[in-house]
Design a protein around this ligand. Sequence first.
Ligand code: C2E
Ligand code: MG
Ligand code: MG
Length: 706
Amino acid sequence: MAASKMGDAGSALAVIVGDPGERQSIRAALADWEGGPLDIHWADTLAQGVDLLVKGRITAVVLGLTLPDCEGLDGFVTVSNAAPQLPVLILSAVRDEGLAQQAVARGASDYLLKTHLDSHSLRRAIRGLIERTAVEEALFAEKERAEVTLNSIGDAVLSTDLAGRVTYLNAVAEAMTGWRREEAAGRPLAEVFHIIDGTTREPAQNPMGLAVQENRTVGLTANCIMVRRDGVEMAIEDSATPIHDRKGQVTGAVIVLRDVSAAREASLRLSHLAHHDSLTDLPNRLLLNDRLARAIAVAGRHGRRLAVLFVDIDHFKHMNDSLGHAIGDRLLQSVAARLTACVRSSDTVSRQGGDEFIVLLSEIERGDDAAATAGKIIESLAEPHQLAEHELHITVSVGVSVSPDDGVDPENLIERADIAMYHAKQQGRARFACFTSDMHVRVFERQSLEASLQGALQRHEIEVHYQAMMDLGTGAIVGFEALARWMHPERGPILPSQFVPIAEGCGLIVPIGQWVLRESCRQARAWQDDGLPSLPVSVNVSAFEFRSAGFLHGVREILRESRLESRYLQLELTEGVLMTQGASTATTLRALKAMGVGLAIDDFGMGYSSLSHLNQFPIDVLKVDQSFVHEITHATDAAPIVSAVISIGKSLKQRVVAEGVETAGQLACLRAMGCGEGQGYYFSRPLPAAHFAKVLVDRPRNIASA
Ligand code: C2E
Ligand code: MG
Ligand code: MG
């Protein structure tokens, strides 16, 4: 039977009724339908009806129980199989009311007895069907919308029922868990959503149970890892929220989770940065302190020892300045790699900053083991470092401290290794030293001396003593050397060998040196004014002072102030000054020479001056170091060396002064070698100005008899 045109916007009703009279009644009853557009499609048989349902966009069905091709419930079963979602109104004879009720029990929406097939009842029943369809469609659309929403958010969403069985997963949850929604449905949550504690790797508490139990949103344990169905692990963050029905009863829970692997990795990277040196990627001071504290605790529990090695590159600053920081950086990286290769993986190599590295040997048998490692480090780092086109040769100094022997406090151990390292440097570098308690005293002494040296000049604690220099041939005094003394109020006189290195270390050598120079020039002039013999004064200048900015200007000013003629001033420099800064050293020396100031090389023979070098500088005097003079009467190399220096001096037209002459035997040797001048206790000790003035008047007695 033909169907009327289906409307797009309105409802479409399929009427599957065999009896023409009944169809007529229905048509009449719906003739002036008012509930919006309604298309009616007619079918006389079940087959035609099913055809309609399959093809058409039907909203609701009116189904007779007696059809030419089907009797009873079978018709309904066929219809509901063909279109399970459609509401069906059963039209039945009174005698079939039982069947109609069975149909309703199996999903039909309602039934109407043919005896009630009046306009009012039919319309009401059909309106009910159409409305129900509309509600279901709206629900379906709502569900679709929710579904799309859930699938479009980046988080995974899972829901469970009250028993903790999975009821739903969105697309992200499917991807993250590796379970498809259909497979997961009905399974226990723990099977689908398998989580463990990232640290202990024990199963983590599932937040869902707690959310249901306590009826509140629950966050997840920190550092949670989800194990996907295929075993892949990912760091997650999640929360669970209870679901309520309309009456407020909890019916299940929704779990929302997010893959935070990337974020957690980023935070791990940040923490790595905070604990490592960016240049070498070695642990930094922070991490070392932490590891050291742990290692001390562990070693303490097991009655074992550990060692701290303080490693410092010798003359690094010089290399860094001369080769450029890029090469300096690469050298540090090369050192880091070699250090790491020298120790066990359980040990820690850290960079403290600059050229300082600290190695923690977390477990050693005896103190000797640390010394062995220190030796290995020194050897390994001495191998050439090939950096681009540079082949660098370096040495390191290493200080060793051992716990518990030298302390059980991280800071203390590091400080003591540092002290030992400093000691190794003092001993000549390229070596290691193990901490001993007297080193500590020395460093402590150094610190306290430095503090009191700060105000020594202002407190007039610095004095100048004078020592005569003799002509070995005639026995005449030919000059005198100014030697500084620090008259410490508590410790008594402190010799320059003790305080000059400290003054050099803290820069105080510049004002102290200036003061000694000024005082010596003033004194020399004063003695001349008093009618004493006019003799040159020799003043020591340390390399540090010589290189300081205002040095030349200072000398000129002091000569002017003191009115001492420049030929009565001689400056004593060590070989080191000549070795270091070629060009500017020569310029300064020539300027001094031009001023008329005499120049002497002190402690000659101790440094590495080559003859060609000596030639370049306007030197007047070579002072032979006293260590050679003391040995001169023994069967050692000393005599030939002194003799060589004397001939060098002669060939370069330089005077030669033997320092530290203590005995008549030494004097006789020097005279026999043709040494021109001498200085030493044999003639006169360094004396305070007032005493020395008397020596100038009387002449030393010894020389007269010599
Ligand atoms: P130096 O310039 O070689 O001075 C000679 C040192 O030998 C002096 O030591 C002197 O007291 C000592 N001496 C002299 N005759 C003998 C002897 O027969 N036997 C022995 N064993 N020693 C003798 P001092 O005064 O302790 O000075 C040590 C060094 O300190 C000096 O060595 C000098 O390099 C430095 N110095 C002294 N005064 C000053 C100063 O004002 N400024 C700077 N920069 N350095 C200074
Ligand atoms: Mg000297
Ligand atoms: Mg000397």
